[in-house]
Design a protein around this ligand. Structure first.
Ligand code: 4FV
Length: 265
């Protein structure tokens, strides 16, 4: 199995894979490991890989171009590998996911830094988003090490005996909204116009709505286990009204419309 990590700190990984079970698995040629420095794909002279977020707010966002270049280079090295972004918004990593990964040809592990990565990388360059838990790390590197460690030990012949894994559990707030940074257009995909408007009320409303919709889509349990604000409830009610209108219109004009617009009893 091939592991390639994409990071701005490749030097973090040598101590990790030069010891213990991982080193043995490398020596046995059960796995291959390598790190790609994302800075090498930042074409400016300072090799800048981050920038300020559109729409304002604290922190920095990883720029899409260097990440896209590093991912494409990794794909050339390991074309059969699955591309994983380490993020708190990902599906929870556990023993069953480790087992799933251990059966793959390889993983390309994208390690974010700062507040996160530009949404266009998540949308167009990633096969799966993985979180090792509902807490915020300073970078995805440790999460990548957890995944490499947990998957490697499940590859036949690496370990002697069987281990059991403890499943974590947590319930917490909603997932973060989408992030964007310069350039405004990246590979024909534009930043949502509201983020360029300078209207902070509208920007905050958009951020809350995208935060709620991705939580509903990705982690509904977080909504079910969390007290919602009146504003969040209003957003959910608006979605209910929108969905009810679609159902109503479909019953009148959709492919299965009743004749004469009759409503079932
Ligand atoms: C994380 C997690 C995580 C968030 C901002 C990297 C950091 C920075 N990754 N499981 N929890 N990542 O906190 O996987 O980009």
């Amino acid at each position: 199995m091939n592991f390639i990590v994409l990071t701005i700190f490749p030097e973090m990984f040598n101590p990790f894979w030069e010891h213990g079970i991982i080193r043995r698995a490398v020596n046995q040629e059960k796995i291959s490991v390598s790190a790609i420095d994302v800075r090498d794909f930042a074409e400016d002279k300072h090799h800048i890989t981050d920038d300020r977020p559109y729409g304002g707010g604290c922190g920095m966002i990883m720029k899409p171009e260097p990440l896209a270049g590093a991912i494409r280079a990794a794909e050339k090295k390991a074309p059969l590998s699955k591309k994983i972004l380490l993020t708190p918004q990902g599906r929870r990593f556990d023993q069953s996911v480790a087992q799933e990964f251990a059966s793959l040809d390889g993983l390309i592990l994208v390690c974010g830094r700062y507040e996160g990565v530009d949404e266009r990388i998540c949308h167009d360059f990633i096969d799966d988003e993985i979180s090792i838990g509902d807490y915020i790390l300073t970078g995805g590197e440790l999460a990548a090490m957890v995944i490499i460690d947990a998957a490697t030990r499940l590859i036949p012949g690496v370990l002697g005996g069987k281990d059991s894994a403890e499943k974590d559990s947590f319930s917490d707030s909603v997932l973060e909204h989408a992030h964007y940074t310069r350039p405004r257009i990246f590979e024909d995909v534009e930043v949502p116009s509201v983020l360029l408007s300078g209207n902070h009320k509208e920007i905050e409303k958009w951020r809350l709505e995208t935060s709620l919709i991705r939580t509903f889509l990705k982690r509904r349990d977080l909504l079910e286990n969390r007290p919602l604000s009146s504003q969040e409830i209003e957003i959910l009610k608006k979605w209910c009204l929108d969905i009810e209108k679609i159902i109503h219109d479909q019953s009148l004009f959709g492919p299965d419309a009743l004749s004469g617009g009759q409503q079932e009893g």
